[in-house]
Design a protein around this ligand. Structure first.
Ligand SMILES: [Zn+2]
Length: 235
């Protein structure tokens, strides 16, 4: 190896070291409490009847998104705890106690909205955080931004509210309303696997931006590519 080649190799190594490697550290461990909103049979939490006489429970949507979100967060090395597993209508208090006892870093409550329970042309997504919560607001802003960009649904904005799960959780907490069950257009989406997947994916992207972490699957690929380059350089 000539002196020039040696210097080039060192320069390349330094560039890698201070550029790529810094960003490639494994993620710090985070725990997210996922709340699927209601029990399957919570009164009133369903779409109006479709033309064929069928309807969708809100929890069918919420739970599907919650379960997809859990899987997607695993790719980021983020641990999850389900605040309300099962079909029963777990009390709001129990949901917050579960998240508080687990010392979750973030609480995410997933819902589908309703206006008057009769079909209408309203629609869109809104995201809530507790009154005056700085961290809750930050999480809400980031996750809402991803949801709006990804779904292209009407942006109803970020709102403050005193909902029980936002008030009594000790970590930053947000509640997403991913479309209206009584909206002619939104309800069709809420029924589809593709839209549920999209919501979970956007919420996951928002959470990763909020925590400032990278996808660990991508990271492993980048890491092995980097190691290959390093081996070539020191040959
Ligand atoms: Zn709900």
């Amino acid at each position: 190896m000539s002196k020039n080649e040696f210097n080039n190799a060192i320069a390349a190594l330094l560039k890698i070291k201070f550029g790529d490697v810094r960003k490639m550290k494994p993620n710090k461990r985070f725990l997210v409490a996922i709340d699927d909103g209601h029990g399957m049979d919570t009164a009133g939490k369903r779409t109006p009847k479709f033309k064929d006489g069928r309807f969708m429970y809100e929890n069918e949507f919420n739970r599907a998104v919650a379960e997809l979100l859990k899987i997607k967060l695993e790719e980021y090395g983020v641990e999850t705890i389900m605040a309300a597993l099962g079909d029963e209508d777990i009390s709001l208090k129990q949901r917050t106690v579960t998240a508080n006892e687990a010392k979750a870093d973030l609480f995410v409550s997933i819902h589908a909205n309703a206006y008057k329970g009769v079909w209408g042309n309203h629609g869109g997504i809104e995201t809530f955080h507790y009154y005056g919560s700085v961290k809750g607001k930050k999480a809400a802003q980031i996750i809402h931004k991803h949801l709006i960009q990804g779904t292209q649904l009407r942006d109803r904005g970020i709102k403050e509210a005193g909902f029980y799960v936002l008030k009594y959780t000790r970590m930053p907490a947000i509640l997403v309303e991913c479309g209206f069950m009584d909206s002619v257009t939104d309800a069709k989406l809420l029924l589809t696997g593709a839209y549920r997947e999209e919501c979970a994916s956007e919420i996951c992207s928002g959470i990763s931006e909020y925590f400032d972490i990278e996808n660990q699957v991508d990271w492993k690929e980048k890491y092995s590519a980097l190691m290959k380059r390093l081996k070539e350089l020191v040959k």
